[in-house]
Design a protein around this ligand. Structure first.
Ligand code: 4AD
Ligand code: MG
Length: 465
């Protein structure tokens, strides 16, 4: 008796095999003919396998006819060609064992449509729904594609720290990590004395692995990080999380255009792999989500056309000339909001846009200053449906310029001595970017809210589970 997955049991080539299937009951339907249909799911694919449980089973009356939605079962049987439409196979059970019951009075995931908002409140059970199973499989595939892409292109995967004293983005949106009890914190001149804290100085959850990534790129050439990052911004939007996963390649001897070329090839690979390996789940998203009928057209379009490369200045011009009424005002020097980014990608260019050369005042200290002294070699990749999905830049490789940029942004160069060493010793032009994993999943699936594409979302006011 082979233990096989539901995904394998659904394939025509499984016909004739005697197998064991283990999973959870989605529904049970008792037929007048004295047998029951059990829709079984084990997370291996979007679909269920239909199990036919004949009335002759010894425990038919006592157990099978009382199987509830959500109950776990172990079923032995033979895979048969199915006479029903829409499925190649079904399983004729010779033994049905109840492993764990699910009380239909209290189990919250009964077989009916649930809003995503309701499901957020039962984040431990939502992996059992079609949508969240599909999201989990898609996240897995995208993660694998990312590792494969970089591995094939000669990048090393570097594990950068989660706890750090450096504020990479210089935005001050960091979560402090401390073992000091606020009630009796040691103080000097009325201020908490962090020299007495665990790390001997203030430490935080990282907002980005970039700075440490640069140290490795300036030794190994091409590296990437892939890990959780944290932002204590109080932004309650469908595109922001307090904890999200970021992929950050960093390359020595790369200029901004090399960086753009890499970002474009990288995103295209993620999309083409998703189309290759996640078709069933993508079809589900296209059919089941509102306003998502164009999902495949959108993905194919992105895959088959070059990204539009436009300077920030040109982008602002387009927005000003659009005649649109914006919620946030457009002016050279203002940061672009999601409405502006999406207009450029969705309505104006109708394709991904790489916006580059942003005003220096809008971007972090590490970005290379252009000759015009007004802009930096930044690049944001904006995609339809999401807006910014990638943020990156060429890095400032000159020590003196970097130090003055730090001061300009209110950072003490003394606190970044190790980072400045990378410019003191063997400095090179280098570039990199960060891709938000959850925004990538939003883009690929057409899901509307970032809270629904990560297993356990962390947002202001919510650290449940
Ligand atoms: O543009 P960001 O802030 O860039 C950096 O952190 C750089 N250090 C990256 C680099 O050059 N190595 O963030 C990069 C991406 C964004 O484009 C977005 O996709 C995602 O990370 N991101 C978020 N995703 C979810 N919630 C948030 N609060 C996010 N902030 C950024
Ligand atoms: Mg950004």
């Amino acid at each position: 008796m082979d233990k096989i997955s539901v995904a394998d049991a659904r394939k025509a080539e499984a016909v004739g095999r005697h197998v064991r299937l283990q999973g959870w009951v989605r529904t049970r339907r008792d037929s007048k003919g004295g047998f029951s249909f059990i829709e079984l799911n084990d997370g291996s694919c979007q679909g269920n396998v239909q199990v036919v449980a004949p009335g002759e089973l010894a425990n038919y009356e006592a157990v099978v006819k009382h199987l509830h939605t959500g109950a776990s079962v172990s079923i032995d049987g033979e895979v048969k060609a199915s006479p029903a439409k829409g499925q190649a196979t079904e399983v004729l059970a010779s033994n049905v064992e109840l492993v764990g019951d699910a009380d239909s009075e209290t189990y919250q995931l009964q077989k009916k449509g649930h809003s995503f908002e309701f499901l957020r409140g039962i984040a431990h059970l939502r992996p059992r729904t079609n949508t969240f199973g599909a999201i989990a499989r898609l996240r897995h595939q995208v993660s694998m594609s990312i590792h494969q892409f970089f591995h094939e292109h000669g990048f090393y995967y570097i594990h950068t720290p989660v706890i750090t004293a450096s504020d990479c983005e210089g935005a001050g949106a960091m979560f402090r990590v401390s073992t000091i009890d606020p009630g009796d914190a040691p103080k000097v001149d009325g201020k908490v004395d962090y020299t007495k804290d665990f790390f001997g100085k203030p430490a935080y959850l990282t907002v980005s692995g970039q700075l440490q990534g640069e140290a490795f790129a300036c030794a190994l050439g091409k590296i990437y990080t892939f890990g959780p990052t944290f932002r204590a911004e109080n932004s309650n939007t469908p595109r922001h999380l307090a904890e999200f996963w970021m992929i950050e390649p960093e390359m020595a001897f790369y200029e901004l255009t090399d960086n753009m070329d890499l970002a474009e090839a990288f995103l295209k690979r993620i999309i083409s792999d998703a189309l290759k390996f996640c078709m069933e789940d993508l079809k589900f998203f296209a059919e089941k989500l509102e306003n998502n009928k164009e999902l495949f057209a959108k993905l194919e379009n992105v895959l088959n056309n070059p990204f539009k490369r436009v300077s920030y200045t040109e982008g602002v011009d387009i927005l000003l000339k659009s005649g649109k009424k914006w919620e946030y005002p457009v002016a050279w020097g203002n940061d672009l909001q999601s409405e502006h980014e999406r207009y450029l990608a969705e309505q104006h260019f109708k394709c991904p846009v790489i916006l580059y050369d942003y005003p220096r005042t809008l971007k972090p200290f590490y970005m290379k200053v252009n000759d015009d002294q007004k802009t930096v070699r930044a690049m944001d990749v904006l995609v339809p449906g999401v807006g910014e999905i990638i943020g990156g830049s060429q890095r400032e490789e000159k020590l003196d310029v970097l130090e003055s940029r730090m001061r300009e942004q209110g950072l003490e160069p003394e606190g970044y001595g190790w980072y400045l060493d990378l410019r003191r010793y063997g400095t090179v032009p280098h570039s990199g970017f960060g891709l938000g994993l959850e925004r990538t999943i939003l883009f690929l699936s057409g899901m509307a809210n970032i809270r629904d594409v990560i297993p356990f979302p962390r947002t202001p006011g919510n650290a449940e589970y």
